[in-house]
Design a protein. Structure first.
Length: 130
């Protein structure tokens, strides 16, 4: 029940699972398990309070077995949705930049250890073979 409410609210807000997982500080596959009901003890998890805050609802609305009533005024405006998407894009760009930095360091280590990276496909070729 909690999982379905979270998923519906996330979709109404226009949030992706990636956005929610980054805001919660967990991996996307972990967040997916929350929505699929495959994460045990979620009702007692501190992530529930944080998820409710992100989705803009009281925790009790998620916990009660009563139907979730969402008024159209509760759904974010286009400008708020746009701001949320722009923030998600910025966060993803930051993650990408971090991964590119990690890749660059790995390539430097490979080069220093005698492995040559050749071609646009980043095929690894041992120096002994060249």
């Amino acid at each position: 029940m909690i999982e379905t409410k979270i998923q519906i609210l996330r979709q109404l807000r226009g949030f992706s699972q990636q956005y929610m997982s980054s805001r919660l500080g967990i991996r996307q596959d972990e967040y997916s398990r929350i929505e699929n009901g495959n994460r045990k003890q979620f009702a007692d998890d501190p992530l529930l309070k944080r998820a409710a805050e992100i989705l803009g609802v009281p925790v009790n609305d998620l916990l009660h077995h009563s139907p979730l009533i969402v008024q159209t005024s509760d759904v974010f405006s286009s400008s708020t949705l746009l701001e949320a998407k722009e923030k998600e894009i910025r966060e993803l760009k930051e993650q990408l930049a971090k991964k590119e930095g990690q890749l660059e360091k790995l390539l430097e280590l490979l080069y220093a250890s005698g492995v040559v990276v050749g071609g646009g496909d980043h095929d690894l070729i041992n120096n002994e073979l060249s």
